[in-house]
Design a protein around this ligand. Structure first.
Ligand code: ATP
Length: 293
């Protein structure tokens, strides 16, 4: 039995088809990432599962049961925009949601302690990292078996992001199933057991990070930084960013001199060259012909 099973999900907003037949099977106790650029349909999938947002066709099951009010109790949802009350304290926010979910009062103290939350601080005074921690604490009040996070690390600085990842891993160790949407490939890579890559309302690949990387085909990627000119002459699989390019290659030793030569002759200033393993962004490029962000 899957924690979440979504089969052939179609969702339209007016004439626009945001989900064009999405199928996902998420196992109990895995960390499952939906990775894709803005507009891929990640939030829509999460809202259908976690908020009961209506859909046009397809099937959604939670632990083998059709999605219902009851099934929604198994789920805790941390939306992209938090739902905290700025003028209330940390404790008052938890109290408010505890009343709503009928959660036992001692859970509030447990969660405050567990996430080292400043009990009496007003929410508007919290940093982004603490706000996110409090949002997660709120969703844990009713002790859900599945936790769904939409773009959890957007807007967080590096230390807060690492702390968030630690919290997510800890939830997995406790037996929770975690589903998260992200457009940061690093987040998907370091955190998840499996990743579904989404683009334009479709799942275009699913697997472990290792499995997905094999889809990139090439064994290595040349990462070249500097002011790069003429990268378009190197073929269609090249990812061109503001201050770097990434070029998939079979044999770096053989291909590197030729590539450097082309770039220098076009007037590039090269500061650094690295031979790397493919990343999920290279996989995304291979599958869609464009970069992730
Ligand atoms: P993001 O990270 O930007 O939220 P996403 O992958 O989560 O991206 P969705 O928010 O699911 O994408 O949106 C998918 C598509 O559906 C987008 O093109 C978006 O503009 C459109 N869309 C989302 N919500 C609505 C709505 N309420 N009405 C009309 N179109 C919508």
């Amino acid at each position: 039995m899957y924690a979440i099973e979504v089969v052939n999900l179609v969702k339209r907003y007016g004439d626009f088809e945001a989900l064009k037949g999405v199928t996902l099977r998420i196992k109990e106790n895995e960390i499952f990432a939906l990775l894709g650029p803005n507009g891929a349909g990640k939030t829509t999938v999460l809202r259908i599962i976690a908020e009961g947002l209506s859909y046009d066709s397809g099937e959604v099951k939670v632990f083998g049961r059709k999605l219902s009010r009851e099934a929604l109790r198994f789920i805790g949802y941390v939306p992209q925009e938090d739902i905290l009350y700025n003028l209330l304290t940390v404790e008052e926010n938890l109290q408010f949601y505890a009343d709503l979910f009928d959660a036992p009062a001692e859970r509030i103290d447990d969660l405050i302690e567990r996430f080292s939350l400043p009990r009496r601080k007003k929410v508007r005074e919290l940093s982004g990292g603490f706000r996110k921690r409090l949002s997660i604490a709120v969703t844990l009040l009713h002790d859900p078996r599945i936790i769904i996070l939409d773009e959890p690390s957007t807007g967080l600085d590096v230390p807060s992001r690492r702390e968030l990842w630690r919290i997510i891993r800890e939830l997995k160790e406790e037996g929770k199933t975690i589903i998260l949407a992200t457009h940061y490939m690093e987040e998907a890579e370091v955190l998840s057991d499996r990743v579904a890559i989404m683009n334009e309302g479709r799942v275009i690949a699913v697997g472990t990070v290792e499995e997905l990387k094999r889809l990139a085909g090439q064994s290595s990627v040349l990462h070249i930084e500097g002011t790069i000119v003429g990268a378009e002459n190197l073929g269609s699989n090249v990812l061109v960013k503001e201050n770097y390019v990434r070029i998939p290659v079979e044999d770096p030793r053989k291909e590197l001199p030729k590539i450097i030569d082309v770039l220098l002759k076009s007037g590039s200033e090269i500061r650094l060259v690295r031979v790397e393993e493919p990343t999920l962004e290279d996989v995304f490029l291979k599958l869609t012909g464009r970069g992730l962000e």
